[in-house]
Design a protein around this ligand. Structure first.
Ligand SMILES: [Zn+2]
Length: 183
């Protein structure tokens, strides 16, 4: 595939959300594999991660997905977006994740993202995040000798007390009780 250079003019169009550059080129961000119109208001990418495409088709051929916010191909189906959000949570649950952070990384507004995610799944991104963290914690309780505190922090909870509270609410037993039963 032909490579187009990221000229200073193009870079300025991207960082200034220049609508006059729309449809003249598209830019993909290597770290997220999402591509945008120059005018997109998503978080500014690092210049070294930007790839330029002449058409949306070229970006898609290079495995970039259209941004949900600026919709460079028209409409992104919600199911596809929800898959993307789910994948993002699955691979980043160990980090400190807020709704704002998830929305920023998945290119949408927090309110809209939460609404669409909940409509598709019946639960919020935060509830899903907790489910993933608890499932990972159970694996570690069963298969590792790590302390409850280390497990709590490793799966992304801010403290072990909070982890124990949430664990008990969902499972009707403490992590220690669960471990005793399952080792
Ligand atoms: Zn965009």
């Amino acid at each position: 595939m032909r490579k187009y250079p990221l000229t200073d003019t193009r870079w300025h169009s991207i960082i200034n959300n220049d609508t006059t550059a729309d449809n003249k080129f598209f830019y993909g961000v290597k770290t997220t594999m999402i591509f945008c119109k120059p005018s997109c208001h998503s978080r500014k990418p690092a210049r070294e991660n930007v790839l330029i495409f002449k058409t949306a088709k070229e970006a898609q051929a290079a495995n970039f997905r259209p941004c949900k916010r600026c919709q460079p191909t028209g409409n992104v189906p919600n199911t596809e977006w929800v898959d993307e959000i789910t994948h993002f949570i699955d691979t980043n649950y160990q980090r400190k994740l807020t709704l704002d952070r998830i929305a920023e990384e998945c290119h949408g507004s927090p309110f809209h993202l939460q609404k669409v995610f909940k409509r598709e799944n019946g639960y919020t991104p935060a509830q899903y995040l907790t489910t993933i963290r608890l499932a990972k914690a159970k694996e570690l309780l069963k298969n590792s000798g790590l302390s409850v505190k280390s497990i709590a922090l490793r799966v992304g909870f801010s403290s072990d007390t909070y982890f124990i509270t949430v664990f008990k609410q969902r499972n009707n037993q403490t992590p220690d009780e669960f471990r005793l039963e399952n080792v």
